[in-house]
Design a protein around this ligand. Sequence first.
Ligand SMILES: [Zn+2]
Length: 218
Amino acid sequence: MRFVFEQIRTGGDRNFGYLLGDREAGVGALVDPSYTPEALVGRAKAQGLATQYIINTHGHGDHTNGNAKAKKLTGAPLVAYRGSAVRPDLPVDDCQVLTVGMLSLECIHVPGHTDDHLVVYLAEQRVAVTGDHLFVGKIGGTGSDDAARQEYDSLQKLLDRLPDDVTIWPGHDYGCRPSSTIALEKETNPFLMRLGSLDAFLDLKREWATFKVKHGLI
Ligand SMILES: [Zn+2]
């Protein structure tokens, strides 16, 4: 298969990093190499891929702490949202597309969990690396009601953009399975089920700790 895609456990709090690539072109990108940059670079090499980009979904330390090492090992530029505190070599704007061989990586800006959050979307391959914006069965934490409102808008934006059959690949293994689809999340993710009402969404955010215990969620 020409499309290379690996979900890699990077340690931390069940963190995931990702390798994306085009086998024929021999190029790839790393997403959130995190605690194990050597492992992601090693996987790229094993797949015969030269790393073209290192991409951060957002600026939290548990996703960015492998940046320096990954850059040193590959010489590839760091990509993140424009204005991100990680000070990217290649800042991207909302909907900017990066080309990796035959792959088109669309960087969708989804503020909320952080101001600089990106979802990396490969429309043709039906893959979305969602970082800490959208997990399997839950969504990213927010520090204020304003951030929660922003996250609500960003989730709406993402669902408007991504068809139901797109697979989602989160930044942590927090759900009952390591990946999901937009359709399945719309049906089962309690936050996405409340996207019709901002009040219901904000109420669930406030009551999340109790809700989790009541429904036996981790
Ligand atoms: Zn985060």
